[in-house]
Design a protein. Sequence first.
Length: 278
Amino acid sequence: MSNSPITQVQPSESPITQVSQYSSAPPSPGHGAFPQKLLLDLRGTRFEIDRDVLVSLPESILIVMFPNGLILGRGHSDSYDDDDNNSDESISLEDQIIYVDFDPACMDYVLDFYHAAQMAGEAQRSANPTQHHNLSAQNPLLNKQAIIVLREELDYFAVIPPKDGFPAKEELPASGPMLANLNKVKVKTECGSHLLEQRKIFTALQRNINKENNVAEQHLIDMLCVSGFSRDDEWGYRDIEPKKTSIVSIALVMLKTTGSGNQMATAQKLLLFWRKPA
């Protein structure tokens, strides 16, 4: 699960997202100013993204995108100083590009969902602005449209049993090892394809719960399903990482705070996972 299951509820203390402090009061131009628009190159696909949008993305995704941290504004290794000649206009387009090892299809899914959540939040506030203002002052869950983020990193292993009649490794002809490696790659590829078809979010977890009678994990699923997910939901994004036997899955849902009597109480319980995610 994500390191921040609920986003946009309260500010994170992680160094990687502290850059959001510049959103409300950016430095003046010519003094190490951060650009409002950032150019990201995700495995050959380029994105132009608002700085404020980027820093509001789930912390677990930002950590994967920028494992060494994110320095906004200058290309690669340029330092910030007070030299007026170092304005953004003097930097070439290529130097402004930030190269990120992250799946562009996943980024499309996250950005599209965040845009939909923003529109839903604005519509809700516009419907009854006075009531929304009064309630949001008392409860941060009503200040912005909160989002639950579920993220899975699945490393899989393929065990290849010996086949009757197949020669042992030391008995293989000169081309044998290459053939054996090709067979292993094929098995790993087929395993990955099979796992990709398992798109239900809670199936594997529910199987483990039934086997071990884990009450805490069952309670977590129950809370998630009250707060926006359904038990038959599928991952919004799921794919194999290039050149790895690893599958990454992400699912986003808008947090429900109205409806049944325990809706808000359940949402507040989920805030416990904000600092200590499952």
